[in-house]
Design a protein around this ligand. Structure first.
Ligand code: CP
Ligand code: NVA
Length: 308
């Protein structure tokens, strides 16, 4: 059994295998209703717990539908309604859930919660987002880039705005899939040094460029995310908006990227803050393919976790 905790903790060849499997599974389902099962049923008889300590639309629905397509069953649990939210330890929760279910996906605040869950669970644990990383999202993003433009290796990815959890997993992916990563945003919101170091040690070129127009020159992919994440305090909202406004992805900024550059956003978006609707709905945007590919990429992740 394998945990899927982060992109930098997973072998690069195995990550590649998951992306290839995701493409194949997507192709095999073409034209089928969403609820129709896949031909093989690798999760038949398997029960999957989906735990949410934060809101979710994509992660929740894509995991739920993905498990069912693979022949398994799910139970969606809100952290607040579990004893976990009322003082039971994470370790005990992990031990107990492992007696009932075959796989656990958790979306939580602290990375330590995820790691403790994985340490004490005897079934695979998948990271469905923490304050620090969001690996399932970036598996879908790599899949989406390659579906439209071929191999991502050697390409220039430019992240605009907050160096948050999604940016962190992009940096891990830069190292593992071999692409270059430019961050453009205010200094106080730079990605953690540890994430940058990982990508650099793996040979990827990581650049910090404060001027967004210079940053996106020659970009193959431009990415942004919300200016205020779920774990950020509401009190930081105004300051962040003021700091991040110059990094909005609009048509003027996109015009500096390569003419065939793609635009991504993991969603949910605050339209006309971090990106304009003209860009989100424009010719470069693949945001809804990204959302769809969460389903296919996570099915590949779950199969890998269970040894398939
Ligand atoms: N992108 C993403 O993880 O979306 P949700 O918060 O809706 O799950
Ligand atoms: N950075 C965002 C991503 C949401 C999917 C957050 O953590 O809220």
């Amino acid at each position: 059994m394998n945990h899927f905790l982060d992109i930098h903790k997973t072998d690069a060849a195995q990550l590649r295998g998951m992306i290839d499997a995701a493409h194949a599974m997507k192709a095999a389902r073409k034209g089928r209703p969403k609820g129709a099962p896949d031909d093989d049923q690798p999760l038949k008889g398997h029960m999957v717990a989906l735990i949410f300590e934060k809101p979710s639309t994509r992660t929740r629905v894509s995991f739920d539908v993905g498990v069912r397509q693979l022949g398994g069953e799910t139970m969606v649990l809100s952290g607040k309604e579990m004893q976990l939210g009322h003082g039971e330890t994470i370790a005990d929760t992990a031990r107990v859930l492992s007696r009932y279910v075959d796989l656990i996906m958790i979306r939580t605040f602290e990375e330590a919660t995820l790691l403790e869950m994985a340490e004490h669970a005897t079934v695979p644990v998948i990271n469905g987002l923490t304050n620090r990383t969001h690996p399932c999202q970036i598996m879908a993003d790599v899949m989406t880039y390659e579906e439209h433009r071929g191999p991502i290796a050697g390409k220039k990815v430019v992240w605009c705005g907050d160096g948050n959890n999604v940016a962190a997993s992009f940096l891990h992916a830069a190292g593992q899939f071999g692409f270059d990563f430019t961050f453009t945003g205010p200094e106080t919101l730079d990605p953690e040094d540890k994430f940058i170091q990982f990508a650099r040690e793996k040979g990827s070129k990581v650049t910090i460029q404060r001027d967004p127009f210079t940053a996106v020159e020659g970009a193959d992919l431009v990415v942004t995310d919300t200016w205020v994440s779920m774990h950020d305090p509401e009190s930081a909202k105004e300051r962040r908006h003021n700091q991040l406004r110059p990094y909005q992805v609009n048509e003027q900024l996109m015009s500096r990227a390569k003419s065939d550059a793609l635009f991504m956003h993991c969603l949910p978006a605050h339209r006309n803050d971090e990106a304009t609707s003209a860009v989100m709905d424009g010719p470069h945007s693949v945001i809804f393919d990204e959302a769809e590919n969460r389903l296919h990429a996570q099915k590949a992740v779950m199969r890998w976790c269970l040894g398939g």
